[in-house]
Design a protein around this ligand. Structure first.
Ligand code: TRP
Length: 334
């Protein structure tokens, strides 16, 4: 039987952190054996809220590619590529923009939350939001369907994007009386979400609350040691009431492939500082093979660029196949 197609991606706005690792990288490495896998570095999407700092996006494209490869994304099994190198995605985005209303886009809860966070770019009440940012779910629908993906591994915050994609696909088929695309499905990772070391929602560079996969062991130790905890003295897993210590227990459990509750009871005789030392040591050991591979890749950027070039060629071929069908269905195949 032919393999089904998988597509997923990351915005290159910083190196990937341990939340990405346990949440999505491990997952895509496991799935690449069973699916025809496409991993996209979403530079065009990253520019929708970084248009004023293109160097930030530029600098992180190779970082994100190396993080994927070091984590085990195998260029023989997965096609790793850069979004902006596939002009067909931009073309398809334009056609899709007729199939979704502005009101639907404005209601997207993830986009809404992002607009509210980015007041500097988009204004106090989102009054300066750009067409490009509001429309990035449309472009994401094109990312997914350009390779005719069946399955899209993502975090929960991406579910509205997959919903929009499904809506667009169904409209497209009905409107142009064709059946080009599979109806894509989200695949949620079953690993719970790691939050920032300061207890805030997300790990992010600007909050300095993330352990990056590429961090060295000393930095990792320092970050874990200074991670926020509560004034309690016992270690338990109770994310609702004690989010910070529970988050550290979760990281420990993910490393050891344990249920977090079991991990907490195993750890209950440790003081916070004993536990933090143990956690940092275990995390460093766990990431050592990744980091070794990452350093190797950093020493040969040409190899990484070759992988991306191979990816570009493979995706272009499939994308052009898709666009032939699309142009024919839309009667613009002159
Ligand atoms: N929106 C995703 C994120 O912020 C990145 C992304 C872009 C993506 N295009 C995609 C994910 C297509 C899955 C499929 O993480």
């Amino acid at each position: 039987m032919e393999k089904k197609t998988l597509l997923t991606g990351d915005r290159p706005t910083g190196p990937l952190h341990i939340g990405h690792y346990f949440g999505s990288l491990q997952n895509r490495v496991a799935m690449q054996n069973d699916f025809d896998s496409y991993i996209m570095v979403a530079d065009v999407q990253a520019l929708t809220d970084n248009f004023n700092q293109p160097e930030r996006v530029r600098e992180n494209v190779l970082e994100v590619a190396m993080d994927n490869i070091a984590a085990g994304v195998d260029p023989k099994k997965s096609t790793l590529f850069i979004q902006s190198q596939i002009p067909q995605i931009a073309e398809l985005t334009v056609f899709y923009s007729n199939l979704i209303t502005i009101n639907t886009l404005k209601r997207n809860p993830t986009v809404k939350a992002e607009i509210a966070e980015k007041k500097e770019l988009f204004g106090q009440d989102g009054e300066s939001v750009t067409y490009g940012f509001l429309g990035y779910p449309v472009s994401q629908a094109a990312d997914i369907t350009i390779v005719r993906a069946h399955i899209v591994p993502v975090g929960e915050d991406q579910l509205p994007m997959i919903e929009t994609t499904r809506e667009i696909v169904e409209r497209f088929h009905r409107m142009y009386q064709c059946d080009i695309f599979p109806l894509p499905q989200a695949k949620l990772s079953n690993s719970p979400r790691i939050i920032g070391l300061d207890g805030s929602g997300k790990m992010s560079k600007s909050l300095n609350n993330a352990v990056y996969l590429k961090d060295n062991p000393e930095t990792t130790l320092e970050k874990i040691k200074s991670a926020k905890t509560d004034s309690g003295t016992t270690i338990e897993f109770n994310p609702k009431e004690r989010p910070e210590i529970s988050n550290l227990v979760l990281i420990y459990a993910l490393i050891h492939n344990q249920n977090p509750k079991d991990a907490a009871s195993e750890l209950k005789h440790n003081t916070y500082s004993e536990f933090k030392l143990k956690l940092a040591g275990d995390l460093n050991r766990h990431l050592a093979p990744f980091r070794a591979k990452r350093l190797e890749l950093e020493a040969k950027p040409h190899y990484v660029k070759e992988i991306l070039e191979m990816g570009r060629q493979r995706v272009i071929e499939k994308a052009e196949e898709t666009m032939k069908l699309v142009r024919e269905a839309m009667k613009i195949n002159y």
